[in-house]
Ligand binder design. Structure first.
Ligand SMILES: Nc1ncnc2c1ncn2[C@@H]1O[C@H](COP(=O)(O)OP(=O)(O)OP(=O)(O)O)[C@@H](O)[C@H]1O
Ligand SMILES: [Mg+2]
Length: 320
């Protein structure tokens, strides 16, 4: 196995409920023992319902937040021990694209300055070099180089997200973390942005952590898929294999609802809460296969036919 670019080992992130009085202990178990590794050049898709912990994981992976416990390593080094120089190096090698390009792009900066920002942060000052890099990044995301003089408000939503992607790739990072990069876009623009991400990945070998509600989009872009349910990964494996034959009952529910126009099936059963996760298997109150054991015993992620599944009732070899 090649060295991981990014590796989460038993990562926990709990949040105190901000609406509670101090001293009243109620915590959101946003992440509850997550293991995940991304190899260099690999594209990992992270899926799961709203509130299952995807953005929490992304923020930890970007060093915007720190875990309650567990270990996060980048290129083999524990990020908890990073000094200022290691953080600066990390900021160059890992970039982010968020859901809403309007709020993630400064309205008072021209695209030139916005896109050049990661290079400036590395100390690149030569105007000719910055101009050339910005022009190259604009071209790479399918925008005309003369757009560099424009401001974000002069662009469409899809163009703004292209600018956010240009900024993310301009310093040639090893990993781009994309938290719902297509969710705020018109349906007609989503496929274009997905194609662009696929092209950039193929051309540059950049690794992605790609978070999206659109399961089919994730399946098309990712090499591997990790499925989260209430702070835990319940299934993880090759994207083609998982989408062709999901094993965990929750993954099946997700794919079944994605196949329906409006995604209605995913809203079946009680909405899950990170404040009061069910005992045993957290999915058991909504699971068609649930039995008594599921309420008592936490299913561990086990190797099943080349992927990992956390379900008492998916035996080795099942469905493969
Ligand atoms: N700063 C915070 N303070 C308190 N609770 C938080 C905080 N951030 C996240 N949470 C809680 O942690 C859980 C996971 O939230 P998170 O934003 O990671 O979910 P998500 O999977 O990204 O959801 P969505 O699909 O809606 O973006 C939720 O219950 C949320 O309320
Ligand atoms: Mg989120």
């Amino acid at each position: 196995m090649s060295a991981a670019l990014l590796e989460f080992t038993d990562v926990v992130r709990h949040f105190a409920d901000p609406s509670m009085m101090p001293g009243r202990r109620r915590v959101a178990r946003a992440l509850d023992g997550v293991g995940l590794r991304i190899a260099p050049g690999e594209s990992v898709g992270l899926v799961g319902e709203s509130g299952c912990g995807k953005s929490t994981l992304a923020r930890l992976a970007l060093l915007l937040d720190a875990p309650t416990s567990g270990r996060i390593a980048f290129a083999g080094r524990d990020v908890g021990g990073f000094d200022a120089a290691a953080r600066a190096e990390f900021r160059r090698r890992v970039q982010a694209v968020f859901q809403d390009p309007t709020s993630s792009l400064s309205p008072r900066m021209r695209l030139q300055e916005i896109i050049a920002e990661p290079l400036r942060a590395q100390g690149v000052r030569a105007a000719a070099r910055l101009d050339a890099a910005v022009a190259e990044a604009l071209t790479a995301v399918g925008l005309a180089t003369d757009m560099a003089r424009r401001y974000p408000h002069e662009l469409s939503g899809g163009q703004r997200q292209r600018v956010a992607i240009a900024r993310a790739i301009v310093a040639r990072p090893d990993l781009v973390i994309l938290d719902e990069p297509i969710s705020s876009l018109d349906v007609s623009v989503r496929a274009q942005i997905l194609n662009l991400l696929a092209e950039l990945k193929a051309a540059r070998g950049t690794a992605y952590l790609f978070i999206a509600h659109d399961l089919l989009a994730v399946a098309s872009l990712a090499d591997r898929i990790a499925v989260m349910y209430l702070g835990r990964i319940v299934e993880e494996g090759d994207a083609q294999a998982v989408s062709a034959a999901p094993l965990h009952p929750y993954t099946r529910l997700l794919f079944a609802s994605a196949a329906m126009e409006d995604g209605a099936a995913a809203s079946e059963g009680e909405p899950p809460s990170a404040y009061a996760p069910p005992s045993g298997c957290r999915f058991h109150p909504r699971c068609p296969l649930a039995q008594a054991r599921c309420a008592n015993e936490v299913p561990l992620l086990r190797e099943v036919g080349g992927r990992r599944v956390a379900c008492h009732f998916v035996p080795a070899g099942h469905g493969l």
